[in-house]
Design a protein around this ligand. Structure first.
Ligand code: 6R9
Length: 589
């Protein structure tokens, strides 16, 4: 046992539960690993950079709340990710096990991410603002074995632990070790003995790597499973679209709880050996500008909601900071309005370059490249090697007439494409048009005669530029984060006063959409402002601040289809001031 590691729960009932597991066995869960092959994202992002002679180069410049600051080299990244990998092996975690990371953007999150991959585990990052219910649904779905968290967030884990029989390890990586409960393990990688060398798990291209949960219209969120092969797509797009070069100082503002924060906030830059910055504190425009100026950030990847907030705070603030280090800006996650592009060009002397992709695609699919003429409001053109089209909404035939609106679709087979929705093969198959019944996931993702349908609508102009129109489903995009209406509605009806509920996105000047809920009340409850606050708070705690309705409208009854489904689209159309048209056309959707 190492100094920094205290297995207080050893010998307890949960330790017994994992007793039968063959620790460190090398069976690949996909069975596709070639003997001797090694493609491991954790090792490429740390060991390989060191082996190329860059162990002393800065990998991470980190700032937290207050004036907490730290800097780590690629050498540190290697040793600390080894530390996590070795600790997990010592704990009996086996390759293929799901290991959840549930913490703020602290340095250990980044070390642990690479560490889990180095020992062959599947890394499942979850947004630290998730409440206990959001957390439970995702851990139960993944059958997660271990969770790495902090003192600040462990309480939420304790609340649900008894309902998660697979979750046999709770490891706290920061905070006061004396405050842990029986059976919880404390591991502080920076004070533990250094692990200079670790025998990296010999993963191959198809070995499962990162697991991100993403919301759909129906049902609970789905686990999009990625594989180590993704690194080719992520490295290449980071190089060609984000334009990262070895001497850049890069800042991706996304949290690794979401796919942008792992594909481009960890894997992309570090696979290329580039220095990146992380700011783990709340948003203010002044703090962000100061961060860019202090760290001489050169390339900045952010999201439209943040850009609109910066815009709102005005040009005068910008003039107070030296932002001259910036040379390239890009954006993702939601529609980037033309006005924001024009404003950034005027204010920073640099236009934000919009990029389009999804959790499922794993890497950028459509983009404005450096040097390409930007048409403000357009997402740009498909990445080289990506065959993209818009398909007719009904026939799924590619539309050839410029400017016609259809479904954005891609020919399968790019390296970073998701390999499965965990345990939901039918849902996975439903994303492909033209597939034979019973096609396996492997057949689906390699058959270039199919279309993977993104679930978004767009048009393509005569020059081949894609123009986003909207989502093709009821998923709400708030500040670049997807929230599923079903998840919110399920939580709403758990409130003692709520009988039925519908959740839709309503327009918002900064966040594009915020959640609005329509509810009917149970007998004995009366509409009131206090009740509204109580319901909002209930959702914030259970799910997350993102999922919390900003407004609740009381109804006597909710509109339904003949088959009894709540007509969310009708409610949404009213919020957006759209023509609700003929109700019968909405009925059967
Ligand atoms: C990377 C990421 C994916 C959904 C996607 C679409 C929306 C992403 C966009 C955009 C308009 C863009 N989206 N980029 N909409 N313009 N440039 O955000 O993944 O969380 O899975 O969201 O976000 O609706 O389908 P994810």
């Amino acid at each position: 046992m190492t100094e920094g590691l205290r297995a207080e729960r050893q010998g307890g009932p949960r330790a017994e539960h994992q007793g039968g597991r063959a620790a460190g066995h090398l069976a690949d869960t996909t069975g596709q690993r070639e003997e001797g092959e090694l493609l491991n994202i954790g090792a490429i992002c740390s060991d390989r950079v060191c082996a190329r002679g860059h162990a002393d180069r800065v990998a991470l410049i980190w700032e937290g709340f207050g004036d907490r600051k730290a800097t780590y080299t690629f050498g540190d990244l290697k040793v600390f990710s080894n530390g996590f990998a070795q600790m997990l092996v010592d704990q009996g975690i086996a390759p293929g096990d799901r290991v959840c990371l549930f913490m703020d953007k602290i340095p250990s999150l980044y070390f642990a991410f690479l560490g889990v991959l180095k020992m062959g585990g599947v890394v499942q990052p979850l947004f630290s603002a998730f409440g206990d219910e959001s957390l439970e649904v995702r851990l139960a779905s993944a059958g997660t074995t271990a969770i790495l968290t902090t003192r600040k967030h462990v309480k939420k884990v304790r609340k649900i632990l008894d309902r998660l029989p697979d979750l046999t390890h709770v490891i706290v990586v920061e905070g006061d070790p004396s405050k842990l409960k029986d059976g919880e393990v404390f591991f502080d990688v920076e004070s533990a003995p250094r692990v200079e060398e670790f025998d990296v798990y010999r993963s191959g291209p198809e070995t499962p790597s990162v697991l991100h949960y993403t919301s759909g219209t129906t049902g609970q969120p789905k686990g999009a499973q990625h594989a180590h092969d993704s690194i080719w797509g992520q490295a290449l797009t980071t190089s060609w679209v984000l334009d990262l070069k070895e001497d850049d100082i890069y800042w991706c503002t996304a949290d690794p709880g979401w796919v942008t924060g792992t594909s481009y906030g960890i894997i992309g830059p570090w696979s290329l050996g580039v220095t990146q910055c992380v700011l783990d504190s709340g948003f203010t425009s002044a703090r962000w500008y100061q961060f860019i100026a202090d760290n001489h950030v050169t390339v900045w990847y952010s999201a439209p909601t943040a850009i609109r907030s910066l815009m709102r705070d005005g040009d005068e603030l910008v003039a107070k900071y030296d932002l001259s280090s910036l040379r390239h800006l890009a954006s993702v996650g939601e529609p980037l309005n033309a006005e924001a592009v024009v404003w950034s060009e005027k204010t920073y002397g640099l236009a934000f370059h919009d990029t389009f992709w999804q959790t499922e695609t794993g890497s950028i699919m459509i983009a404005n490249y450096p040097g390409m003429p930007i048409k403000p409001g357009s997402m740009g053109k498909p990445f080289p090697g990506i065959a993209a089209a818009v398909l007719d909404l009904k026939t799924y035939e590619p539309l050839t007439e410029p400017d016609s609106v259809g479904l954005i679709a891609f020919r399968p087979g790019w390296p970073s494409m998701f390999r499965a929705y965990l345990n939901e093969p039918a849902k996975y198959a439903s994303r492909f048009v033209g597939a034979a019944d019973g096609a396996t996931p492997d057949e689906l993702r390699t058959d270039t005669s199919l279309w993977y349908v993104s679930g978004d609508r767009s048009s393509v102009d005569a020059d081949g530029y894609f123009w986003f129109v909207g989502r093709d489903d009821d998923v709400i995009n708030t500040g670049g984060h997807l929230v599923g209406p079903f998840e919110i509605e399920s939580a709403l009806v758990e409130h003692e006063a709520v009988a039925e509920a519908a959740a839709v996105g309503k327009p918002d000047a900064v966040n594009m959409e915020v959640v609005k809920a329509f509810v009917t009340l149970k007998p004995g409850f009366e509409p009131s402002g206090d009740l509204e606050l109580s319901i909002m708070n209930f959702i914030r705690k259970k799910l997350s601040p993102l999922a919390m309705p900003q407004e609740i409208e009381y109804k006597d009854k909710l509109p339904r289809t003949r088959s009894g489904k709540i007509l969310r689209r009708y409610l949404r159309a009213i919020e957006w001031g759209e023509d609700v048209g003929d109700l019968s056309t909405l009925e059967d959707d």
